[in-house]
Write a protein that binds this ligand. Structure first.
Ligand code: HEM
Ligand SMILES: *[C@@H]1O[C@H](CO)[C@@H](O)[C@H](O)[C@H]1NC(C)=O
Length: 331
């Protein structure tokens, strides 16, 4: 080859490498990218952050909901805001299934959506609002700031009928739990970190009375049993009475590593929480996270990123809903 052609090729491949590296840093295989709305709605992320902050001031528990929504939407096939759809004559909503028990504050998600619609109508998806409110909720609770990509679009169908194949039950075995998260690309320390979310919020008595009645689960810490019995005095709780136990009595409003110390002390409320601290695959990570908040946050940020990039709709797939609780009308 002539030296000139050689130089040309050398330059060309250099450019190609630079271009490739550049797209990789902004756009992942999923089709999502950082700051997707930078041209179409530059204020989008600020508006969400502001609304999450205002709502948090009025109702602290909104932040728990934004965090839990990430799991219940993204782990069921796709982060596509299918969780937010109301039931219709033809389909049951995910929200109304037993696994969704206790999910709350959906109307305040509409408050965030309305603020975005005022500024940039029809631009920001409910799926991105769900994920970013989760991200900002985590910060409000004292957790880490996690940079997350956007560009998700909204699904048109509820997945209530297959939800149980994806969301583990409160008493699921650790093998099933690990397997389901592994299918999304989340490894064992990632699962241990995500369950650290149970460091905030509450569990209703219906989800834990089987550990108290007819006989107390002998693995539970006796002091904690007393507290649980006090909060859940009936073997069959009245479904209308709001009876619950806080997930972390020590720091109930903080996303911190106290959860790991609780479960090591046999104060985990759910059977999965208890298993996490006792299964030989997960226990070593539980111990590390109990010792180091940094280690917990590092894996938490990593796992939340993977969870929120699970199989999104992008490009021209799906739609941008006008209202988060109903799919758009097509004529
Ligand atoms: C094996 C997996 C999991 C199971 C079986 C599970 C189950 C549950 C149950 C039964 C409750 C109590 C609901 C109630 O009674 O109101 C709960 C609460 C909660 N879960 Fe999970 N969960 C799991 C994983 C996760 C993950 C991965 C996250 C977040 C990324 C999460 C976030 C939350 C939050 C924040 C609450 C408190 C909600 C509130 O107070 O409103 N959970 N979970
Ligand atoms: C888990 O609990 C539910 C009730 O919430 C019960 O129907 C089911 O049989 C339990 N599963 C196992 C494996 O114990």
């Amino acid at each position: 080859m002539a030296p000139k052609t050689l130089i040309f090729f050398a330059l060309f491949s250099l450019l190609a490498i630079v271009a490739l590296a550049d797209t990789e840093s902004t756009q992942s295989d999923s089709g999502l990218m950082l700051n997707f709305y930078k041209d179409t709605c530059p204020q989008a992320e600020d508006i969400i952050r502001e609304q999450v902050g205002l709502l948090y001031k009025r109702h602290k528990n909104t932040a728990f909901s934004w965090l839990r929504n990430i799991f219940h939407d993204c782990a069921v096939e796709s982060c596509d805001a299918s969780l937010l759809l109301d039931s219709t004559r033809r389909s049951l909503s995910e929200k109304e299934t037993d696994r969704s028990f206790g999910l709350r504050n959906f109307r305040y998600l509409e408050t965030i959506k309305e603020a975005l619609e005022r500024e940039c109508p029809g631009v920001v998806s409910c799926a991105d609002i769900l994920v970013l409110s989760g991200r900002d909720g985590i910060v409000a609770l004292g957790g880490p700031y996690i940079p997350l990509k956007t560009g998700r679009r909204d699904g048109r169908k509820s997945r209530a009928e297959i939800l149980e194949q994806y969301l583990p039950d409160h008493n699921e075995s650790m093998s099933v739990v690990l397997e389901r998260f592994k299918n999304m690309g989340i490894d064992t320390p990632g699962v241990v970190a995500l369950l650290g979310s149970h460091s905030v919020g509450r569990t209703h008595c219906v989800k834990l009375v089987h550990r108290l009645y007819p006989a107390v689960d002998p693995v539970l810490d006796p002091g904690h049993v007393e507290h649980m019995l006090h909060k859940c005095p009936d073997a069959i709780p009245d479904p209308k009475a709001v009876q619950y136990v806080r997930n972390d009595r020590g720091t109930p409003m903080k996303l911190d590593n106290n959860y790991y110390r609780n479960i090591l002390d046999n104060k985990g409320l759910l059977i999965v929480d208890h298993q996490l601290a006792n299964d030989k695959r997960t226990k070593p990570f539980v111990k590390k996270m109990a010792k180091s908040q940094d280690y917990f946050f590092k894996h938490f940020g990593r796992a939340v990123t993977i969870l929120t990039e699970n199989n999104p709709l992008t490009g021209t797939q799906g739609e941008i809903r006008k209202q988060c609780n109903v799919a758009n009308k097509h004529h």
